[in-house]
Ligand binder design. Structure first.
Ligand SMILES: *[C@@H]1O[C@H](CO)[C@@H](O)[C@H](O)[C@H]1NC(C)=O
Ligand SMILES: *[C@@H]1O[C@H](CO)[C@@H](O)[C@H](O)[C@H]1NC(C)=O
Ligand SMILES: *[C@@H]1O[C@H](CO)[C@@H](O)[C@H](O)[C@H]1NC(C)=O
Ligand SMILES: *[C@@H]1O[C@H](CO)[C@@H](O)[C@H](O)[C@H]1NC(C)=O
Ligand SMILES: *[C@@H]1O[C@H](CO)[C@@H](O)[C@H](O)[C@H]1NC(C)=O
Ligand SMILES: *[C@@H]1O[C@H](CO)[C@@H](O)[C@H](O)[C@H]1NC(C)=O
Length: 496
């Protein structure tokens, strides 16, 4: 039966519209910023001195914003703590804070700076966005006064929040997000009472936003992607690299792949603190990234991304992370030993031969590996490792990890310790695990803490495989799983 003409037209039109959306791309930018720090962050300075320091940082950010706009970027992300640094006491950061209103008030600070209490930082950021016709994402501090009518009001009469703000290309404040998962040392800030799931729509997709340590937890990060279906996540961070699984570019690119979402990650740059590694990450891998542990230089990264990756023909299929691993018989499991990756006790097995098949199990997790090295180097030892348990000393959260890992030396007791270089390339590897979670992040890190975009893939049955021989020596290939529902209750939240 032939449907009446208008229906055909509507169908054709809908298809064309969908294809137009699917081909939609936009240019995005992130800026890794070598933050100018206060001379003594524990001392309280005058508001004028605080603003002077923030202006010095904003002078640099302004140059990056202008350059990004000139290269056609529609949005730029700048780092967490990128305007004043870190390691303040609660009192010492106070002069740096502004009272940031809810975006519902519909405010362009650049054109209406006197509408609320003076907020010179918000005003300047708004003008940078407006003057350059670009969305600007920045991280600053919010202050909210409170009193005894609120039983959890801190004794100094105010809440202080680590806060991301977004200004649209006219300079309007369109998003404000208070960091939910503070890192342990961030005692200058308060925990918000509830997680905020902050999103906004643009002509180039739906955006969500969170900050740094948030990326390791369910709320709000997973909620934004799985429930609110954002296309792109904005991610200011001040991330200290921790090998072997948690260097910035390694974990953040893996999160984008595992969650199948764009992630625009802007890190602060400070070599002494091991902070470097930013990127524009997509469901298929890194579109651009930066890692520099040698010099104190910031870097602007610009790349073209799919505005709605779910509609893109290259959108990767959903993965059942345990499908393959639960369907095969265990390979040989012999000579396992225990080793510490920081404080986590892994079960390891040494890869003794140039090629082979291994299984290593710990608790509910069995990890399978098939591999072939290009050259078996007697100066290097690789292991297959499994970990299923709680990680963390104060905040305890559940990891399931399968890893192919280079040991720091030929002494087996160094397996799991940080190592940045390797000599062994692999002709192939295929890693899988009997994960009890849908949240698994596939990491591949080469010698020199370099990513391997395009050189590996995840099959729908959960195998992480090299596509071909690795172009550089391998540090690690890891399936990093998070079992959010097994996390312990947060010990610090809501304690006034
Ligand atoms: C914005 O542009 C105006 C006029 O061109 C200029 O006076 C102002 O300094 C600019 N502000 C910023 C933050 O770029
Ligand atoms: C205390 O705070 C509440 C809510 O912000 C406000 O309505 C009230 O006026 C304040 N009371 C005093 C005594 O300042
Ligand atoms: C994943 O695959 C396993 C094994 O084939 C199956 O038991 C399980 O139900 C699948 N999980 C999901 C969420 O489809
Ligand atoms: C693989 O080994 C683990 C641990 O020894 C065991 O619990 C599991 O049943 C084995 N799986 C198969 C398919 O033999
Ligand atoms: C590993 O297993 C594959 C098939 O699963 C087999 O073809 C290969 O020979 C095995 N390799 C070794 C060294 O046992
Ligand atoms: C795989 O690598 C080999 C040798 O490096 C090369 O000859 C071959 O073309 C590569 N294949 C693909 C699909 O890239």
């Amino acid at each position: 039966m032939v449907p009446p003409r208008p229906v055909v037209h509507a169908a054709v039109f809908a298809l064309a519209a969908l294809q137009a959306l699917a081909s939609d791309t936009f240019i995005a930018a992130v800026y890794e910023h070598a933050v100018i720090l206060p001379r003594a962050a524990h001392k309280t300075v005058s508001p004028e001195d605080a603003l002077a320091l923030m202006n010095r940082n904003m002078d640099i950010l302004e140059g990056a914003i202008r350059e990004a706009a000139q290269q056609g970027a529609r949005i730029i992300v700048t780092p967490e703590d990128g305007i004043y640094g870190w390691v303040f006491t609660r009192e010492a950061i106070y002069p740096y804070l502004e009272d940031i209103p809810d975006p519902e008030v519909n405010w362009i600070p650049c054109t209406d700076p006197t509408r609320f209490a003076p907020a010179p930082v918000l005003e300047r950021l708004s003008c940078m966005a407006r003057n350059n016709s670009i969305y600007v994402v920045a991280n600053i501090g919010d202050k909210k006064s409170c009193n005894s009518s609120d039983p959890s009001c801190p004794s100094d009469g105010r809440y202080q929040y680590n806060t991301n703000v977004v200004f649209d290309s006219e300079g309007k404040l369109v998003a404000r997000y208070h960091k939910y998962n503070l890192f342990r040392q961030e005692t200058q800030f308060n925990y918000p009472k509830e997680p905020e799931a902050v999103t906004f729509e643009t002509p180039f997709g739906k955006f969500g936003i969170f900050t740094c340590f948030d990326i390791l937890f369910r709320e709000p990060a997973v909620v934004l992607v799985s429930e609110l279906q954002v296309d792109t996540v904005l991610f200011p961070t001040a991330w200290m690299n921790v090998l072997p699984f948690l260097t910035a570019v390694e974990f953040h690119s893996a999160w984008a792949m595992g969650m199948r979402v764009n992630l625009l990650s802007a890190n602060t740059h400070n070599i002494r603190m091991s902070m470097t590694g930013s990127g524009l990450f997509t469901p298929g891998g890194a579109a651009a990234y930066y890692y520099n542990s040698e010099t104190e230089e910031g870097r602007l990264l610009v790349a073209e991304l799919s505005a709605r990756p779910r509609l893109s023909p290259t959108y990767p299929p959903a993965v059942n992370w345990s499908s393959y691993a639960t369907s095969v018989k265990n390979f040989t499991e012999d000579n396992t030993f225990l080793g510490a990756v920081r404080r986590d006790i892994f079960t390891f097995s040494e890869l003794k031969h140039e090629d082979g098949n291994y299984t290593v199990c710990q608790k509910d997790l069995c990890c399978h590996l098939t591999y072939r090295m290009s050259n078996k180097n007697n100066d290097e030892i690789y292991v297959l490792g499994a970990f299923d348990g709680l990680h963390g000393s104060v905040i305890k959260y559940h990891w399931q990890v399968c890893t192919l890992l280079k040991c720091r030396s030929t002494d087996l007791s160094t397996c799991g310790q940080p190592v940045e270089t390797a000599q062994t390339k692999f002709d192939m590897f295929s890693l899988s695990g009997t994960f009890g979670t849908n949240y698994v992040f596939p990491e591949v890190l080469y010698s020199g803490v370099q990513l391997a975009p395009g050189e590996f893939e995840v099959l729908p049955d959960g195998r992480l495989e090299s596509k071909n021989s690795t172009s550089k020596p391998l540090l690690t290939a890891t399936l990093f799983g998070r079992c959010y529902e097994k996390d312990l209750k947060h010990p610090l939240r809501n304690s006034p």
